[in-house]
Structure formats: C-alpha cells, structure tokens
Design a protein around this ligand. Structure first.
Ligand SMILES: Cc1cc2nc3c(=O)[nH]c(=O)nc-3n(C[C@H](O)[C@H](O)[C@H](O)COP(=O)(O)OP(=O)(O)OC[C@H]3O[C@@H](n4cnc5c(N)ncnc54)[C@H](O)[C@@H]3O)c2cc1C
Length: 645
C-alpha cells in the first residue's frame, strides 16, 4: 500500500542563475526596495521571538515596518534558543587554520549528506561572518583568547576551529543581544509585543497570508491579527517524540496549521539524534538533557571492549577500553558528525558494550583533558555543563566519566521555502528551525544559531521588502469571510477538545505517540516498522479525538488545553514523518533506513532516485498527502559517499 500521491516537481525559482558566490548579491540587487518613508505603512506579523524571530523583529522594526510579534512564553527572551549551549559557526578564519566561506559551505553540504540546496548553504556561509560582527557590536560576550581575538573551538564534521562561543551559554548570550535590540523597538513603539499568546491558525485571504488567529494564554481570549505579511519563526518539532532535548513547550502547531492551509512541508522525517545527551533514567521522565557537543573537543568517548562488563570505569584498564570513534574514524575522531556518532553509540550498545542502567550509555571521559590542561582550565571551558550533569545524575564528571546516549534534538525538516525564505503561501515567510533550512539530512553542530540569525538579521529583511514592494494589498477586515471561517475553525477545535471529556490524559497520548515515533521513526527505520507505525497512528489519532480528557475551561489559564491542541497536531505530523521516511528508500544523514546501509553499517544514499527535497502538500483531512520533488543539483560540491575516516 502506498500512503501518498505524487504531484508535479517543485523548483526554487528565486536564486539567480549566476556563479554561486554572486547569487546573493545579485538577488539583493534585483529585489525591489520599499522607500523608508513608506515602510511605516506596512505591518508584519512575526510569530516567535527566538534567535530567528527576535533578530527578524528587531531588524524589520529598525527599518521602519510596524511589527506585531508573538510568543507563548512570558518574555521574548525565554524562547527556546536560550538553551543553546555550544556555539555558533562563522568562517572568520581568525586562527588561519584553513577556513574560508567555501570550506564552511563545503562542510555543510557534505555534513548534510548532500540533501541541502547549494545556493542557500553558500549564502549561509557568506553571511556567517556578518553575524559575528553584528553580535559583537551588540555586546555579546563571546569567549576571547589571550591575544584579545575571539576564541573558537571545533564542532563535529569539520577540521577547523570555527565555532564562536560564550562558555556553555551561547544561545542565551545571543538571545540577550537580539532581545535588547527588540526591546529598544518595543520601547520605541515599532514592535507591538504579545507575550503569552499562541498562534492557533494562519489567515489566508485570496491566496496570501494576511494574519493569524491567536489565543491569549492567560485569559483565553481568541483574537484576530491582520497584516501585510506573516513570518513564522516558531522553532522545531522534536517534541513529536515526547522525549527530546527541546523545551517542553516547543511544538509544531504554527507550521502545521500553515501546512494545512497550503504551505508545503519539506523532509519531515529528517530528525537529528544528538549523540551526547544524559541517558533516560526512568519510565516517567518527561524531558531529556543535552550535554553540548563542544564537550567532544576534549572528552573521549569509549566503552569496555568486553560485552557485559559491569566494572566501574576506573577499574577498566586502558587496554580494555575501546575508543571506538577514534578507532573507526581516525581523521575526525570524537568529532565526527552527530548522525555518525549517534549510530556508532547505538551499535556499541547493541553489541552489549553499553554502560549504565540497561546498557544504554557510553562514556565521555575527561581524565586525559584534565591531566593535559588542568582541572581549572576544563572548568573554565565547560564549568556550567559539568555542574548541570552533576546536578542531574549526582555524579561528578571531574572524577568519573559522563554517561551519554543519543536523543532527539533538532528537526532538519520544516516548511518548504524558496531562496527568499517564502513558503508556498505567498506572504508567509518561514525562518530559523521552522523552515526546512540549509542543513540537508543532518545538521552540523553550531549551525542552527548561525542559520537562525542569518535568516532573521540578514536574509529575511530584504526579501520581505521585495515581497511588500512587489505586491498590492487590499484592505482586509475581521469581517472578511476567510477570516471569519478561520476564527470559527480555530475556536471550534478548542471547544471540541474541551467537550470530549474522555478518560485518557493528553500526556498519555503524547507518550504513546513518542514511543511509536522513537521505535519506528527514530535512530533506525525499516519498511516493516514504518508500516506498523502507519497502521497504529491513525487509530491513536481517532482514539485521541474520542477519549482525551481536557479538564478546565477555555477562558482561563489551561495548560492541558494548550497541550491537547499541540498534541493533536503532533499526531498528524507524526504520520507525515512516517510516510516521508517510508517513501525515502535510502539512508542519508539522520534518516537511517536499515535496508540501505554499506557493509560497514554506514548510511547508503541512493542519489539516482532520491537526490531531491521532498515537499509535501496537505491532501485534506483523512486524504493522502501529495509529494512534490525539488531536484537538488550539486554543481560545486560533487556528490560523493561521505568519508570521515
Ligand atoms: C539543548 C539545546 C542546545 C542547543 N545548542 C545549540 C548550539 O550550541 N548551537 C547551535 O547552533 N544550535 C543549538 N541548538 C539548536 C538551536 O538552539 C535551535 O535550533 C534554535 O535556537 C532555534 O531557534 P528559533 O528561533 O528557530 O526557534 P526557538 O528559539 O525555538 O523559538 C521559537 C519561538 O516561537 C514561539 N512560538 C512557537 N510556536 C508558537 C505559537 N504557536 N504561537 C506563538 N508563539 C510561538 C516561541 O514562543 C518562541 O518565541 C540547541 C538546541 C537545544 C535543544
């Protein structure tokens, strides 16, 4: 049985046909401009205040547009971006270790296992250097080395040190930078900020995005907001797996509702499983914690050579340890890309060499680094991460190796956008983790912050200006039938959720969904498993709408209602992820189909059949989704089997 229909191919028509290093300049030059005096007549809705949305809001308001911005947290600066630890990449080449824009471009295309669009990745690499200048000007306290230059470290999948960082709090410091720029604009009256307000649906009038329906999470009031364009900066959807390193409230609703209104969803099955997370400790855990990839700069990963060895790590002599990443991938050692490190950890655990409860862990050991650098230096670099580990596990990583295991961390999939960051709904732009982004099938570490800020500070503003300058905006009021219909649908959905009054909690559905997704669409995926998931997911969805229990009312703070609304979307998205994973009969990056591997157990791509981005169109409730393929051309980084040995 097939689970989808095939539609026409789709293409990005916005990147100019000139040599890659000239494309972004040419696109900006060709783009129409809005006269500064006219900008204040145009309004833009931005949903999200993380690095992508915060940067976009501050920049567009600074340019003179009227910005109406939303987040569900109680402050824009609590967006999930605040959790980012390790760093942000940029091709500054301060170390003169061979880095360049071209190398960052090359590493990212290769790291993404040749499933990203070259034009976008090249622009990302070009823009990376501007981001650092912008953030330094804002006062972001990046780590510095003795000479006074900004310090850098290495992340997976590269052989240069291009990752800028602020201890283990890079996301927080960058977000404070964006937030202060945004606050200035809020204070100036150019940004109308709505905290604790959740977008429920996208308003599309005459085929264009013209507003959103949103719910005040404190009073329950449902309101309509109208504008000339809508920007979605709503983050990733890793929480479809229930357990992930994402903030508990991160969700897919904004992009999923836009998808239902016509925005294509690209590569939904590309999920990043991060190798260095604190292992799960029990059945009732609701959140997983990341240990930053930066730790792999100095920490060495190993397992006992003997399966089932239960001795404590200090009792296992050097010659009885297997530093398996250093052994299998000597060129990159502990800094292989995340997909490869995660799979290798799983393979070791499958061989019975895992450590800790249930054998689901491997060691990340700092003994060598402490001997080489001294404990003080290690504390200076990673102090807050070590403290976090100690608080959660009760083990002191200065004395015993950390135990780590892969966990869901990031979603490379998201709404399909063209080179201008515009979705298939005109006027609906998507930035940051919410779009299908520049990372292909596997994101290299420290490149999400780079992409979010590139999108928000540098790419979106001129492209949105081009859209506004090229369009005519008829006045839309709340009485417009499309607006009324969208409000009614959003309200009706919440009323329905509240009225079911069944016997199962929202969390129990979410947990079951997460288990199915992890087992069948997680680190390894098989045709049998995916078909099994696609059998069970529609049943689970029906059961949800029959027997979920949502206590309370809609006119108060009601977190069960918020969660139910989000889980109802995750249930639909989970199904699309499995359809996407099933149709892609190849392994690439984070998408590992057990049927498609090399004799060494590495991912085997099938470029003949699958060198495309899969953009899914919503086929209607209960109908099959429609696949549109965007063929990917590799004119600069030639298609090759990845090799990190
Ligand atoms: C623990 C952790 C550590 C990480 N470390 C790094 C790192 O070191 N380097 C790196 O490059 N990347 C890192 N990442 C990834 C990176 O942090 C994220 O990809 C990035 O911050 C996402 O930014 P964003 O602006 O796209 O979305 P987010 O920061 O997730 O912001 C989403 C915003 O959208 C709002 N929102 C969402 N839905 C709605 C709705 N329906 N209505 C209203 N508002 C809504 C939220 O309120 C929020 O303001 C890390 C990720 C995690 C989980």
């Amino acid at each position: 049985m097939t689970f989808f229909k095939l539609g026409d191919d789709i293409a990005d028509t916005r990147a100019p046909d000139v040599p890659i290093e000239q494309r972004w300049d040419k696109r900006r030059f060709d783009a129409k401009l809005v006269n500064p005096a006219n900008r204040r007549r145009h309004s833009v809705i931005i949903v999200g205040t993380g690095l992508a949305g915060g940067a976009a809001g501050a920049t567009l308001a600074e340019q003179g547009y009227h910005v109406i911005q939303f987040c569900y947290q109680d402050s824009p600066r609590r967006a999930h971006s605040i959790a980012a630890q390790g760093g942000i990449n940029a091709a500054k080449n301060y170390r003169n270790d061979g880095d360049s824009v071209y190398r960052l471009f090359y590493d990212t295309v290769k790291g993404g296992d040749f499933r990203a669009r070259e034009s976008n990745v090249y622009r990302l690499a070009q823009t990376s250097t501007q981001i650092i200048d912008q953030c330094v000007a804002q006062g972001v306290p990046f780590a510095r080395e003795y000479s006074g230059l900004l310090d850098t470290r290495s992340f997976g999948g590269v052989q240069v040190a291009r990752t800028f960082y602020a201890r283990g709090q890079t996301g927080q410091q960058l977000l404070i930078g964006a937030y202060q720029a945004l606050s200035r604009q809020i204070d100036a009256g150019n940004v109308e900020m709505h905290e604790r307000t959740e977008m429920l649906d996208l308003i599309v009038v005459d085929g264009r995005a013209r507003g959103i329906v949103a719910r005040d999470l404190v009073t329950g009031q449902i309101s309509t907001y109208l504008a000339d364009a809508v920007v979605l900066a709503t983050g990733g959807y890793g929480n479809v797996f229930y357990l992930s390193t994402n903030a508990k409230n991160s969700n897919a609703s904004a992009i999923w509702r836009a998808h239902r209104r016509g925005a294509y969803f690209a590569n939904p099955c590309y999920t990043q499983i991060h190798p260095t997370c604190i292992p799960r400790s029990g059945e009732y855990q609701s959140k997983l914690t990341l240990m930053s990839e930066s730790l792999r700069n100095d920490g060495r990963i190993w397992v006992p050579k003997k399966a089932g060895d239960t001795r404590s790590p200090d009792q296992i002599p050097e010659e009885e340890r297997d530093y398996y990443l250093e052994r299998i991938y000597p060129g990159f050692g502990n800094l292989v890309p995340r997909d490869i490190a995660s799979r290798a950890a799983k393979n070791q655990c499958d061989l019975g060499r895992g450590v800790g409860p249930g054998g689901l862990g491997v060691y990340l050991d700092f003994a060598d680094a402490i001997r080489r650098l001294g404990e003080d230096k290690v504390r200076e670099k990673y102090g807050n991460l070590f403290e976090m580990y100690d608080r959660i596990t009760g083990e002191d990583p200065y004395k015993v190796p950390m135990r780590i295991y892969p966990a869901v961390h990031y979603t490379m999939g998201g709404l399909w956008v063209d080179y201008d960051l515009q979705s298939t709904i005109p006027g609906c732009f998507v930035v940051g983790e919410a779009n299908f982004s520049d990372h292909g099938a596997n994101r290299l570490g420290a490149s999400a912050l780079m992409q979010g800020l590139a999108d928000g500070y540098f790419v979106l503003p001129p492209m949105l200006g081009n859209y506004i300058a090229s369009s005519k905006f008829d006045k839309v009021t709340e009485a417009h039938p499309d607006v009324v219909e969208t409000v009614n649908e959003a309200t009706g959905r919440l009323t329905k959720l509240l009225s079911i009054n069944g016997e199962r909690t929202v969390d129990s559905f979410h947990r079951e969904l997460g288990e199915i997704m992890w087992d069948e669409c997680g680190m390894a995926r098989s045709e049998d498993g995916l078909r099994k998931a696609l059998g069970r997911l529609p049943e689970l969805r029906e059961e949800f709408w029959r027997s979920v229990k949502v206590p309370g009312t809609g006119s108060q703070v009601n977190q069960s209602l918020e969660r139910a609304n989000r889980v109802s979307d995750f249930l639909e998205l989970g199904e699309l992820m499995c359809v996407d994973a099933l149709h892609r009969e190849e392994s690439c990056g984070g998408h590992f189909r057990v049927e498609s591997q090399t004799p060494d157990g590495e991912a085997r791509r099938d470029d003949e059949r699958f060198a495309y981005a899969g953009a899914w169109e919503f086929g209607g409730t209960g109908e099959q989704p429609i696949l549109h393929k965007e063929p990917l051309n590799f004119d600069y980084v030639h298609l090759a089997q990845r090799n990190y040995a």
